[in-house]
Design a binder for this molecule. Structure first.
Ligand code: 5GP
Ligand code: ZN
Length: 121
């Protein structure tokens, strides 16, 4: 994958953060934004992203530990708001080619509202 796709100047999720591209927001604070996936793979499919541009989880630093932890806590809160906490849900970070990462700005997928297959395809 060309490093061009890692550049925040061409990053669609940075454009969502700064309002250049619209999104259906479900949560926002100073550090994070969560919005509905444009092509949902389950009845509930929400992406939780840091406002800061980090291309893949491989680029996350020790100093990002708190931010990454907060992403899980926000996913937890959204799962409860969406009423899928008890039925169950999945949290996924895709990284690089074999995982099918398509957007190089880290995002935590929150998926639920149906039985999810395991192992994933
Ligand atoms: P990845 O495969 O990189 O883990 O997931 C990227 C996700 O971003 C996909 O599920 C895709 O549907 C979603 N996505 C891509 N572009 C947009 C967009 O412009 N808006 C929204 N809301 N979701 C997007
Ligand atoms: Zn970005």
């Amino acid at each position: 994958m060309s490093k061009l796709f890692h550049d925040e100047r061409v990053c669609i999720f940075c454009k969502i953060v700064n309002g250049e591209i619209p999104s259906q927001k479900v949560y926002e604070d100073n550090d994070l934004l969560a919005f509905k996936d444009i092509q949902p793979k389950a009845p509930v499919h929400i992406l939780i992203i840091p406002k800061k541009h980090i291309p893949t989880v491989l680029e996350a630093q020790e100093s990002d530990a708190r931010l990454l932890g907060k992403m899980v806590l926000v996913a937890n809160k959204i799962a409860q708001d969406e009423r899928i906490a008890e039925s169950g849900f999945r949290l996924v970070f895709n990284c690089n080619r074999d995982a099918g990462q398509a957007v190089f700005h880290i995002h935590l997928h929150l998926l639920g509202g149906r039985q999810l297959g395991w192992p994933p395809g």
